[in-house]
Design a protein around this ligand. Sequence first.
Ligand code: MEV
Length: 297
Amino acid sequence: MPLSAFGPGKVILLGEHGVVYGHPALAGAISLGVTARAVQSDAPSLDMPEGLTAPQLDALERAFAVAVRRAKYPKVAVELLSELPLSMGLGSSGALSVATARVLLHAARGAAPAVRDVEALALEMEKEFHGTPSGVDHTTSARGGLVLFQKGRAVAVKSARPIGMVVALVGPRASTKLTVGALRDRTKRWPKRYRRLFEHIAVLGREGAAAVRKGGLGALGDIMNVNQGLLASLGLSSPPIEDMVYRLRGLGALGAKLTGAGGDGGAVLGLFEEPSRSAVALRRQGVECFVTELGAD
Ligand code: MEV
């Protein structure tokens, strides 16, 4: 004591939404995340972070209560420090769940917990935030690096070279739960057509993992572009997202697509050989963005 643990945020390179239906998604941990700090206390407590909406605070309270119960009531006061923009598709609740699970389990057991125990507890927390999450967010955060995730299982994907991404923020969006629910309704109404699109996205996820292993950034970029087209077909893109996709491609991105749930806003990824230069150009245009290298520890 005091204890401190980090949970990185994530980006989905390929396969969001399909992953909810059991298809693979390629995701990577990013450099920004959430840190949980714990100090000894008479009873478990959470110092609520500022800037959350009432529903977000409710979900966080419920998630913390579940985590404390499952970790057998460690006597710690927990404080959360986040560098991640909230509700932007960058896995802030998954990162928070991983960081919190790590400090609570460490405090309860007196030793750093195994990754699988962190994942199991973080999943219970994620359910309070998202209902029925695929699990890709907290699993990527707990494992780090790049993973190919499918049906609760994650395989590490070793990248032959650094993957430089610009992550551009294009504004607020509806909750993941709402966007996933609306797509589920369309999928139920027109199952054959939507199944075909999901199957195509699944193939892209596997092709993308192979491209990463070979260091084929050109191929990966092209696969991202095709995935963006299919996400738009599924009704998950919007004018602010498309505008950013074309801006990033205009700056020389090898590939650009939305990441996470999409919808009316969120984050857009641009894959670049030299991401820093493009980020400077974007910031000059007034765009909020950051650079992250995927595949790093
Ligand atoms: C998660 O960041 C994005 C979605 O695929 C939902 C999920 O996997 O639970 C849309």
